[in-house]
Design a protein around this ligand. Sequence first.
Ligand code: GAR
Length: 202
Amino acid sequence: MKRIAVLVSGGGTNLQALLDTPITGGEISAVISSNPNAYALERAKKAGVPGYVLEKKDFPNYTKALLEKLQELQIDLVVMAGFMTIETKELFEVYENAVINVHPSLIPSFCGAGCYGLHVHEKALAYGVKLSGATVHFVTEECDAGPIILQKAVEVLQDDTPETLQKRIMEQCEWKLLPQAVDLFCQDRLRVEGRQVRILEE
Ligand code: GAR
């Protein structure tokens, strides 16, 4: 059974989707929040999953502190689910192809440093794209640029606001793709070959 840590900073609806979906060969063993007030911590508590707070201001080297906690908890897979902190290479050296992130756009559009949460949808609407969606990818040193595991698109509607677009992308893309990718990882069905992620048959 693979031990999964979910890293969060806010509302935790993606965490909820993970808690609500059975994962073959994996269990959510910990929720780690960069924000002590994140509602995601309540979700963890309700589900009986231990929650931990690691605030950036408390550690001179945040990645090191996070890595120590992950290793202490014997975590196999790290899932970033609305985790608003960018990590440095020490994490990916230890957890190579074992850190997964969900991003609310079709990468490589509307991503990178400073492009997170509602801002992503504001940028997509300002650009006038007709399709947007979500991407689940392995995390590497370069922000939002790791190998893509799954992507799904939705139509952008004429009268969308950042909030309505965010809601549609969460409901139709993120909450489905993230549990699916985690499930595939825990079944050892993801093979990374350069930038390509191959999904192995069952
Ligand atoms: C989600 O839309 C997630 O894709 C996004 O933040 C939101 C968190 O919501 N993440 C990023 O933008 C990362 N670059 P949640 O806390 O309800 O899961």
